[in-house]
Write a protein that binds this ligand. Structure first.
Ligand code: SAH
Ligand code: SF4
Ligand code: F3S
Length: 476
């Protein structure tokens, strides 16, 4: 028998990309591939790429540059670029890195195993790309962006008891700064039957937590004749699957955070009261230039709906872009004010990065100097961090249920090998990170942790041993 092929894969970008990589690896494993951690040992090298900011693309092009020598020495190695940058830059990738063999868009991932074989057999450069947003009739464009969700290998997931589950691909919102609608194509909901089948299989494999993925996941809908399934319906059906303990969903679009959906989050015990709903800016004028489709007052109404339905247990997080085209100091201050008003659990803050092919790139000058973007980024982050730390104080002295994910980054690696207690990490139902010392056998269990200290991003605790339920007793 031939020696197995060896695959090296590097992934940047969002959770959708992490899931795509998992799927591609699973499909290659079925063909006998093994994973390796170094490009030097691999005969197949894949980059799963992101185009959301220029920095993410630069990172990939530098990594490709570093690979040039390796490929010159070993021309038989197959190098593939997949994901959003493949769809955006297409054959430009061959110009910038002429040794690349494959360019495969995120809507064509099912072709990867065959294309690798073809490149190995015949040589030459191969592309598999979806249609652009103006390259045909809507249905043809939709069909050309295929979701890729084959059966997966439980060993591929970050932890065996957690999984991403795609319910929607693409995006139709066309925010003026954003490349995603171009790289991922039109919004399409997956049929509920497929989602439920996949969730049942994951539960059988021992998966306890699923995170539903979509660019605007709460806009999810699937029409079948007269019947329309929305996210609230899907959550209700997923909640009934035994074995699944927690259900999360990201990322949400403010306008589609309806009472129906929030009531489902309140009433379904497995659904986490954690809502990632990016605001992007606290200024109506900026939101308009971004074409986000809502005002600050709409967002406030949504926050009121969340508070009314879920109360204090809800954890809301956001994304912000600073230094978007024409952003004045006063407009930036409006974002600071909204962070203070909404008191997000956390916010991801990004400096605006012009993306060729977007409406902002075509029509609005990227006129905020980099130094100002940087200063605004730091300022917004500092305000958010203070709020996160202050609000985490409320957890002091309380017990929280934590799904234990594994050793923390600080865990002693020698102790990990001997099985001795180490620093473990996990998350609460509302997505807060908790670290504590414990026996490694706790990994994969949901256990109560008593919180004795907090920072902006982490709760520190100890395993609660006096609970009546004996299965929670730890030998730590
Ligand atoms: N679909 C998700 C987010 C996708 S991109 C949503 O709509 O919420 C993740 C985040 O990257 C966005 O929320 C936005 O804050 C940021 N982002 C997108 N395009 C960007 C750009 N051109 N420059 C800087 N940040 C950007
Ligand atoms: Fe991009 Fe806007 Fe779609 Fe999110 S909703 S993926 S920010 S276009
Ligand atoms: Fe990046 Fe594509 Fe995700 S551009 S953020 S990998 S959808």
């Amino acid at each position: 028998m031939n020696a197995p092929h060896r695959l090296y894969i590097e992934t940047v970008g969002c959770q959708m990309n992490m899931l795509d990589s998992e799927m591609v690896v699973a499909s290659l494993r079925q063909r006998g591939y093994e994973l390796t951690g170094s490009p030097a040992q691999a005969d197949t090298i894949l980059f799963n790429t992101c185009s959301v900011r220029e920095q993410a693309e630069n990172k990939t092009y530098s990594a490709l540059g570093r690979l040039k020598q390796e490929k010159l020495l070993h021309p038989e190695k197959i190098v593939g670029v997949m994901g959003c940058m493949a769809q955006k830059d297409q054959r430009l990738i061959f110009q910038k890195a002429p040794f690349v063999d494959l360019v495969v868009g995120p809507g064509q991932l099912q072709q990867i195993p065959d294309l690798i074989e073809k490149a190995r057999r015949e040589g030459g450069q191969h592309t598999a790309l979806s249609l652009g947003r103006r390259d045909g009739a809507v249905n043809d464009i939709k069909r050309s962006h295929e979701t890729f969700d084959p059966l997966r290998d439980p060993t591929m997931r970050p932890t065996p008891f957690q999984a991403f589950l795609r319910i929607q691909i693409g995006c139709d919102k066309f925010c003026t700064y954003c490349i995603v609608p171009m790289t991922r194509g039109p919004e399409q909901g997956r049929p509920p039957s497929q989602v439920l089948d996949e969730a049942r299989i994951l539960a059988e494999q021992g998966c306890k937590e699923i995170t539903l993925l979509g660019q605007t996941v709460n806009s999810y809908q699937f029409r079948d004749g007269e019947q329309t399934t929305r996210l609230a319906d899907l959550l209700c059906q997923l909640d009934a699957i035994s074995g699944i303990e927690r259900i999360k969903f990201v990322t949400n679009y403010p306008k589609d955070m309806t009472y129906d959906l929030l009531s489902a989050v309140r009433d379904l015990p497995k659904v986490s009261p954690y809502l990632h709903v990016p605001l992007q800016s606290g200024s109506d004028d900026v939101l308009k230039r971004m074409k986000r489709g809502y005002t600050v007052s709409d967002y406030r109404d949504m926050m009121a709906r969340i508070n009314e339905t879920l109360g204090a247990q809800a954890a809301v997080s956001s994304d912000f872009i600073v230094g978007f085209c024409g952003e004045t100091e006063a407009e930036f201050q409006a974002s600071v004010d909204m962070i203070k008003e909404c008191r997000f659990k956390n916010s991801f803050i990004f400096k605006y990065s012009e993306r060729p092919g977007t409406r902002a790139s075509d029509h609005l000058p990227d006129d905020v100097p980099f130094e100002i973007k940087k200063r605004r980024n730091n300022e917004l982050l500092a305000v958010q961090n203070q709020i996160s730390e202050d609000d985490n104080q409320a957890f002091l002295g309380r017990n929280v249920d934590v799904l234990v994910e594994g050793p923390s980054k600080k865990a002693d690696s020698d102790a990990q090998l001997t099985g001795a207690p180490v620093q473990l990490t996990g998350r609460t139902h509302c997505d807060r990170i908790v670290v504590f010392d414990g026996n490694q056998r706790l990994i994969g269990q949901t256990i109560p942790i008593g919180i004795y200290d907090v920072t902006a991003h982490t709760l520190m605790g100890t395993v609660v041993t006096h609970e009546s339920s004996s299965e929670y007793i730890s030998l730590a």
